[in-house]
Design a protein around this ligand. Sequence first.
Ligand code: SAM
Length: 275
Amino acid sequence: MLSYQHDYHAGGPADVHKHGSLAVVLTHMTAKNKPMSYLESHAGAGLYDLQSPMAEKTGEARQGIERWLALDGPLPDHPYRRVVTETRNRFGPHHYPGSPWIARLLLRATDSMHLMELHPGTQPRLKGVMRDDNRIHIHHRDSYEGLMAILPPNPRRSLIVIDPSYEVKTEFQKAGQLVLDSHRKCPEAVIMLWYPLLRDHWHHPMCRRLEQANLPKWARREVLLASPSGPKRLYGSGLMFVNLPHGIETSLDQTDHWVPRVHPGETPTNSSHSS
Ligand SMILES: C[S@@+](CC[C@H](N)C(=O)[O-])C[C@H]1O[C@@H](n2cnc3c(N)ncnc32)[C@H](O)[C@@H]1O
């Protein structure tokens, strides 16, 4: 099932959480003088126009990145702010970087990228945006078999980002299994899994299973975007990490703290936790 299009959600509050954290992790990993691989199982289009009819329809970017950029709180030199600004300088003020574009801007000449995208309309967009960069390999294939085929990567030092569209309940189980299989094939990789917090608790069995798997340097970080008992089905944004790099918790806490909440009229304060 491939009906999901990230254009509706690009730059929304959940993206601010996910992409702000991604920028922190990549900045930390690229500070070390060793090359790395970046692998993404569900890459999306790479770049989004926030004035597209889809983005305008939901208005999520106004609730997310536009509010975040207007806040005094987030550090002026936060790497997420840097990549959003750089993207806008290059493509125009209404553009927003997806995770592949964020990685492209933060990785070095010695690093490599593998991006998987299955949607027949989205994959050519990704390819177009990522062209002219020989560090980048784009795979038009199902990530649930494709990721296993390219693991372990070269260089083995790597960040694997898993960000499915969760269109159906079974995708939670598949995403959890992909984390476990990826870790088995590349135990040293940092793995970052995004998941939605849904009122019907579809994420709970997956979270429990991964919690019980005794994965190394495991962390679960969640930001509430709205009240769990409110009208919205999605009430928060979750990230799980395997091999979370040492020493970045404070930067991730600061990032979580400033993620804007969904409802208009509410102050942008959040509750987040890691374990
Ligand atoms: C949430 S979006 C990705 C957003 C992107 N990671 C970002 O943050 O900018 C999920 C993407 O996965 C793609 N997709 C869905 N099922 C897939 C599969 N089995 N293999 C590869 N891509 C898939 C969808 O077409 C969609 O573009």
